[in-house]
Write a protein that binds this ligand. Structure first.
Ligand SMILES: [Zn+2]
Length: 81
């Protein structure tokens, strides 16, 4: 079963776009670009080592901005009948 999302990164060696998969997100088979990654996927991929599909060189994925905790809240939930 293919349950993952894809992030496209520009390889730092050949400058081609290469796909990196993560199972941490909504697993909706969505493709994101490296400049706009959901925080759950960013946390999963941060500091991981991947290799380029094109030139096979290894590169490391790093968060450019600190991945911060987000503010959450409990809200009333009413079960629907
Ligand atoms: Zn490459």
């Amino acid at each position: 079963m293919g349950c993952f999302d894809t992030v496209k990164f520009m390889c730092p060696f050949c400058q081609e776009l290469t796909d990196v998969q993560s199972k941490a997100g909504s697993c909706s088979l969505t493709t994101y670009i490296e400049t706009d990654v959901p925080s759950d996927i960013a946390k999963d991929l941060n500091n991981s080592t991947e290799s380029c599909d094109n030139c096979k060189a290894a590169f490391k994925i790093v968060a450019v901005k600190e991945i911060k905790n987000i503010r959450m809240s409990a809200v009333p939930y009413y079960k629907e009948d």
